[in-house]
Design a protein around this ligand. Sequence first.
Ligand code: GLC
Ligand code: GLC
Length: 816
Amino acid sequence: MAIFGNFDDASREFVISRPDTPLPWLNYLGQDEYFGMCTQTAGGYSFWRDAKLRRITRYRYNNNPMDNDGRFLYVRSGKTVWNPGWKPTRTKLDAFECRHGLGYTRITGRKDGIEVEQLMFVPPNENLEIWKVTVRNRTRKARKLTVFSFVEFCSFEALNDMTNYQRTYSIGEVEVEGSAIYHKTEYRERRNHYALFGCTRKIDGYDTSRDAFVGVHNGLHDPKAVLAGRCTNSHAHGWNPVGAHQINLSLKPGEEETFAFVLAYVEQGELPKFDRPFVMNKSRGRETLARFSDLKAVDSAFASVRRRWEELLSTYQAPKVPNEHLRRMVNTWNQAQVMATFNLSRSTSGYETGIGRGMGFRDSNQDILGFVHMLPDRARQRILDIGATQLSDGTCYHQYQPLTKKGNAEAGSGFNDDPLWLILSTCAYIRETGDATILAEPIGFADKPGSRDTLLDHLEISIAYTMRNRGPHRLPLIGRADWNDCLNLNCFSEQPNESFQTTANKTKGDVAESVMIAGLFLYASRDLAALYRFLEREADATRIDKGYAEMLSIVEDQAWDGAWYTRAFDAFGKPVGSKTCEEGKIFIESQAWCVLGGAGQGNGRARKALEAVEKYLYKPDLGCALQYPPYSTYHLELGEVTSYPPGYKENAGVFSHNNTWIHIGWTLFGDGDRALAYYLSICPSAKKDHSVYRSEPYVYAQMTASQFSPTPGEGKNSWLTGTAAWSFVVASQHILGIRPDFDGLRVDPCVPRKWKGFTVVRKFRGVTYTIEVSNPKGVSKGVRSLVVDGLRVAGNLIIPPSDGRTAVSVKATLGA
Ligand code: GLC
Ligand code: GLC
């Protein structure tokens, strides 16, 4: 069983002990507007706000070797050239360690007695990253060596940068002043920003031309200048601007020296652009470097990254949870992943190239479910931004661009689950904060400029849209697809170059129906009715209840297949995900959403549906496959779901995101043993053999190849997945069971029977609750007694104190 690293829970770090991990293991730097990705070998790139339009450094996706561009330091000592992060030279190191922490990565490499530590982070509220570098002479001899820094600039617009060389080879421009390398491509024309790469220490040379530093026929593994031992002070004119510094060091035995590199994105703002022709006004750049010229400022910037994360995480901490995997995920890594998904949606990762998708309507709404407790104000703004991209008939732009906040016409609309997710995010926000004023915000509709329809109008329109757009079984029409992007029931694509997502060759798309959307509708309308009751609008609540009851009876009448819920009906009205199908007999999503929406209660179906999932889809070390059996051939009438080879992605891969809904399902049945076992089945921290799983052990992957594939257990597409938010909801609200509700904080754990107890510290609406849960009778669920600041209260709801207390202690005892 191969292990490539371990958790250091006390420091909230994952420690990678060898550089040749089975895949690049990524971390994110940055939390506001400047972001970077950084792997264990310092691979990755940086951008400001939008990875397509403001990319600062260059990255070649799917390169070979994989992940070969980054924030590199080269060390030349004698004839040996090496990198502390191993790549790109891949010179064998005597010691290597990479610590991925929250918002930073620290890489330490040692070779022949010289140790180089490179700490990379983005200070809060700054548009820059810092590499703090310490070089130590661990030997008893005086040593002379040279350190080179290296980044390759991107000409900001990433797609053009990697496709349009007839232009980009002629536009590159730079300036150099002291240690500061200014990358100012396109600055003379319409750009009012530039990149800056400087060093806090005096340098002994620099290069800005890639041909000079690397060479045309050399590679990053053997850059010419490093082999020669010195930079050439080159100036790039077109071709490929880079930033490289040369630093000569003489270290006495045991001596060390620390300095820092600063890579910044600078907006010129209102300042004059030029001092004189061709010479840019660098005042802002100079100020930026001056601020970090003192290493104390660097250290305090790093301390503020750490403080900021402690603060963010302090809203939900469960230090004494008996299971170590759930404990570290809920306390640290799951929340870090949620932050990444909130900030970046599905745009920029090891798999998402930053030039494709913007923010997804359904994705971002779901991301909020796991994020809202950390920064409710940012969640509020996001909900309003997303809501504003809905159209007045209820449909939604499927994606929007974060830079413009406008719906993306290319991705279009017509994914009929989209509108309903807005209800879930809005209700989650109000449950967290109690702030119902968000409902009255006049965000208008994307197709009615200047309109002042409120967020609440949007929620109503989402309900009305689903009710109005139904098919022959009176179930919701699916449109282009529902949550399962690949269930393209109106696509009928015979041309390989058509997009499954946006093609609709079946023009009369008013037949194919989705049971998943019906279940989601049940869930969303129950949420909305509860919200109306909180607002004391009983008549509205009752009206919504009626729609709920109608949809529920349709689901029970039309969608029960005998032992589970049918998944959908295709464009001919034929069932999908039914025992009558040859392949794809049972799908996970309709079981999950019908159960979560409250179907199958009182008639035994909900439990049967979950048991069918267990029987056909679940494997303890893998999780649940999306459907069974996988499709072995392409079906014109089903679309992309049948395009993937069996066992991958939506064709019966383990698609982690939908597993989480089943986990909640088991907690609804009070089965804490199953809930935890299922939770652990997809939990990255619990993956035993890293060389099989391959993906990062500290964050969820979108997909793990399932038992139906030739490579079961292999994780893919890590980091940016809705699994992050939903897993946090599962662990924090349903297993540990500390769940915000409109009127207060609910205590409703569902844990393995052998758990004796645990503690959760939860900040909620300005009060810190320390909640000690004990389980003397060895049950899974059911609060027998709840004592709040010494007073016994009935039920399991903690009502926020009205007397100004800011710390409340709660003792909850489980039992029959
Ligand atoms: C991807 C998409 C998400 C979709 C899921 C299932 O993760 O980002 O929107 O629901 O795939 O197809
Ligand atoms: C493909 C993927 C799906 C993803 C979609 C995004 O359909 O299978 O997971 O959501 O592309 O466009």
